[in-house]
Design a protein around this ligand. Structure first.
Ligand code: NAP
Ligand code: MG
Length: 489
């Protein structure tokens, strides 16, 4: 899978037609550890359209034989890959932490989730794929079955470098599609390690391919490619919409999961300790780089001051540092670009009149000076029109907003172009029920943080957060297959 270029830095190849192959461009890029910029995690291929075309050709050729296999035979390969991944869990998790910064316990948890995703979809190979529908003709049998799309392009972000590629590729594969995967450049090495688990598990040549390189070349190339029948994307809105339009314009199926600006409502009857704990965890774990991260903190005036004190006390305890070190609670921003974005939003918040209560500066103490660390930020006196209350920051920034009724809180929570996840803290069942009914978000969570998804349940957003499709759980079958209605006489 790898070749040594230098004693310590490995170069990772593309995976095309069952083989690890270097790009024809002979160009690579460094994947950097954001906790220590001197540490190069590995080199990945800067591929060209020609590399991509080879991968799509391989996937296209492998299609017929793969879809003819039984679901359980395809599942056996996923089960085997899961076991291989389990043996490699520490290495994969360490690589993830080095490559994009999240703490080692979080990276290990995510890798364990990746293993569970493989097993869940392996089992899916033996579950029902259709319905028998009574025909009006008593001599006929009418039923539905499912057929794969064909070749699926999978384009993924760096913030969940194991879970997202797997929650897209595993269902694609189990339902009989072949895959060309374009991982985020920021997490290309981690992705190579999970692809290698499927390679070792004996996935047939061409069924799964990985091509690394620039988003505008490989990502756009996938969306434009006439032999790619479906595009599944997770990432930013700007890129997602472009890719969706490219797929739509040539009649390919597409699925986009994009940004969020997730609110938490703290009602006057909330358990404030629980709410403060969950706001910190939901907003700042993974350095706020989760699409479901809590961003807007909407608090009833009656408990505002008390909640704010509890929140600040918890934020002050956060240890920012290298995710591989014991005791680190929050790692660095994943890249220099992410760090700059966070710092610029902090400046914008101050300039527009919000009051910075805590943090928001680059953290440069000791060894933190070598990485892209930032202190978690808490803003007070935030109003709905401010940029920091409207745009996705994708960093460790909490914005406090005061309301005088639950109705006002709900209205404010819904005042966003996004609708991915939302949570409420209340001990009042009527408020919880109004929230469930009236909150426009794909995930609504009561007395728990906004971040967190379970792999067996549907996941996706409303409004600008998604193309209104759902992934994960059994919902995945809707994107990765087409229904065929069969009439037998
Ligand atoms: P991004 O910049 O949109 O990148 C996502 C993927 O698209 C990467 O593989 C990237 O490749 C590729 N790409 C970049 N520019 C492209 C272009 N012009 N044409 C085609 N492909 C292109 O997003 P990100 O910064 O990695 O991730 C953060 C975003 O993802 C946030 O907005 C977050 O909310 C969202 N997200 C959403 C969910 C969800 O389920 N809703 C989950 C996680 C993250 P390169 O890496 O090579 O640029
Ligand atoms: Mg990196």
């Amino acid at each position: 899978m790898t070749t040594n270029v230098e004693a310590t830095v490995q170069t990772y190849s593309n995976y095309i037609n069952g083989e690890w192959v270097a790009s024809g461009t002979e160009m690579t890029a460094d994947s950097i550890n954001p906790a220590n910029c001197d540490d190069i995690v590995g080199r990945y291929q800067l591929s060209s359209k020609e590399d991509l075309n080879r991968a799509v050709e391989a996937a296209s050729k492998a299609q017929r034989a793969w879809r003819k296999l039984s679901g359980s035979t395809r599942g056996d390969i996923l089960f085997k890959a899961a076991s291989i991944m389990e043996d490699r869990i520490d290495d994969i998790a360490r690589t993830m932490t080095r490559e994009m910064g999240k703490t080692y316990p979080e990276a290990k948890g995510e890798t364990a989730r990746g293993i569970a995703i493989l097993r869940y979809y392996a089992g899916e190979g033996m579950r029902p794929i259709g319905d028998v529908i009574p025909s009006t003709d008593s001599d006929a049998l009418m039923f539905t079955t499912r057929t794969p799309l064909g070749v699926v392009g999978v384009i993924t972000p760096w913030n969940f470098p194991v879970a997202i590629p797997l929650w897209k590729a595993a269902p694609a594969l189990i339902y009989g599609n072949t895959v060309v995967l374009k991982p985020a450049s920021e997490s290309a090495v981690t992705c190579a390690k999970i692809v290698d688990c499927l390679h070792e598990a004996g996935i047939p040549a061409g069924v799964l391919n990985m091509v690394t390189g620039s988003g505008s070349v490989i990502g756009q190339g996938l969306a434009d490619h006439p032999k790619v029948n479906g595009i599944t994307f997770t990432g930013s809105n700007t890129v997602g919409k472009k890719l969706g339009q490219a797929a739509l314009s040539r009649g390919a199926k597409y699925q986009l999961e994009m940004g969020g600006k997730n609110p938490v409502i703290v009602a006057e009857d909330a358990d404030l300790d629980l709410a403060a704990e969950a706001t910190v965890s939901g907003g700042l774990k993974s350095t706020g780089q989760k699409c479901t991260a809590t961003s807007r903190v909407i608090v009833h005036a009656a408990v505002y001051d008390e909640f704010r004190e509890k929140l600040l006390a918890k934020v002050a305890e956060i240890k920012v540092g290298d995710g591989l070190e014991d005791g680190t609670w929050m790692g660095p921003s994943a890249s220099e670009g992410q760090l700059k974005t966070v710092l610029s939003y902090v400046e914008k918040g101050k300039a527009e009149g919000a009051k910075l209560l805590y943090g928001g500066k680059r953290s440069e103490e000791g060894t933190n000076a070598k990485g892209y660390f930032v202190e978690p930020a808490v803003f007070d006196e935030v109003t709905a029109d401010m940029t920091i209350a409207r745009e996705e920051i994708f960093g460790p920034v909490l914005t406090l907003m005061k309301v005088s009724s639950f109705e006002e809180a709900l209205e404010l929570a819904n005042d966003s172009e996004y609708g991915l996840s939302a949570s409420v803290f209340t001990t009042n069942i009527s408020k919880a029920l109004s929230f469930i009914n009236e909150m426009d978000a794909g995930l609504v969570r009561i007395n728990t943080e906004s971040a967190g998804v379970e792999l067996q349940a549907p996941f996706g957003g409303m409004k600008q957060s998604s193309s209104h499709s759902r992934e994960q759980g059994r919902a995945a079958i809707e994107f990765f297959t087409s229904i065929k209605t069969v009439f037998v006489k």
